[in-house]
Each structure stands twice: as C-alpha cells, then as structure tokens.
Design a protein. Structure first.
Length: 185
C-alpha cells in the first residue's frame, strides 16, 4: 500500500468514527439527518441533497439542503423504499428534474427506512466505488441513529398518551369518591 492510500484510509475511518459518535449522541431525528447530509456534502463535494423516510406507508422528505421549496413540492408520492430505488418512474423524473442523480437506500437490520438523494459533485466527476462504499457505511451508521430517533419519538408519544389516560383515570377515581360521599349522606 502506498502511504497516501494509508492516509486516505485513516482519514475515512476517522471521519466515520466521528460521524458515528455525533449522530449516536443525539436522539433528535432532524439533527441526525442534517449531519448525514452535511457529512455527504463535505466528503463528496456536492451542494444539494435530501433524505426521504418511510412513514405510514409513504416516503416523504424529512431533510434537504440546497434544494428550493418549489422543487421539493414536486417530490413524487412513493409508497415504499423498494419502489424508490430506481424503479419508480416518477422518482426517476424527479431526480432528472432536480439534478439529484444518486439514490441510495437507508436500510437497517429491520428493513429499509428511506432513501438519500445527492446531486452531482462540484467537479462534475462520477462517484467512485470507494465513495459509494463510504456512503453505504455512512448510511448503515445513520440507519441505527435514525431508527433510535424514531423509536424515542414513538416512545414519547406513547408516554404522553399514557399520562393522559392516567390523568383521566385519576379524575374518574376522584369523581367516584365524590359520588360515594354524596350517596352515603
């Protein structure tokens, strides 16, 4: 191996470790997705991209950078990430229209969570195999952080619903005690 190759590998590993540390330290989905996009921008020298996640059987844009709101409004309705990965004609047209030519799935061990779309690189070169491998590794790390953020959000919602029901039960219990006092008089 040439010393420059070793330096490049060290730089990539350092970047991956730092990225993993940052995204796994937060349970905020927006923070995780923004860091994913910014890391891609820095590594691949791109100026636009978006992350779309599957929610309620529909893939929707959750984070974007460098894309106008008018273009984002034209993001097509997609039913699943399986459709999104190159086989959905409306997504292919959107990619062409928006200049987001790279599409990769974000998958975890439990399934596909969504997709990332990235624009062309500043120097107009194609993505190399090494860059695509790096991106896949970033996405694997991100998938865990995204999943954790989604689970935390769902857990917060369940806790809020549970608190609401406990409050209702407490109110009903208080009312039943009041009625019990009234009947005994």
């Amino acid at each position: 191996m040439i010393p420059t190759d070793i330096t490049k590998i060290k730089r990539n590993l350092t970047a991956l470790v730092e990225f993993s540390r940052i995204v796994n330290s937060s349970h905020d989905l927006e923070f995780t997705l923004n860091n994913l996009l910014l890391s891609c921008f820095g590594k691949f020298l791109v100026t636009k991209g978006l992350v779309a996640l599957s929610k309620n059987d529909e893939v929707k844009v959750f984070a974007s950078k460098g894309i106008s709101s008018e273009i984002l409004k034209k993001f097509p309705p997609i039913q699943s990430t399986v459709d999104a990965k190159g086989s959905d004609e409306s997504l292919i047209q959107f990619q062409s229209y928006s200049g987001l030519n790279l599409c990769q799935e974000i998958c975890s061990s439990r399934g596909c969570l969504g997709i990332i779309l990235l624009g062309e690189k500043i120097n107009k070169s194609d993505y190399s195999e090494e860059e695509l491998d790096f991106l896949k590794t970033l996405l694997n790390i991100s998938a865990t952080a995204i999943e954790n953020s989604i689970f935390i959000d769902e857990l917060k919602l369940v806790n809020r619903n549970l608190d609401s029901r406990v409050n209702r039960l407490s109110s009903l219990f208080e009312l039943s005690k009041e009625f019990g006092i009234l009947e005994s008089e």
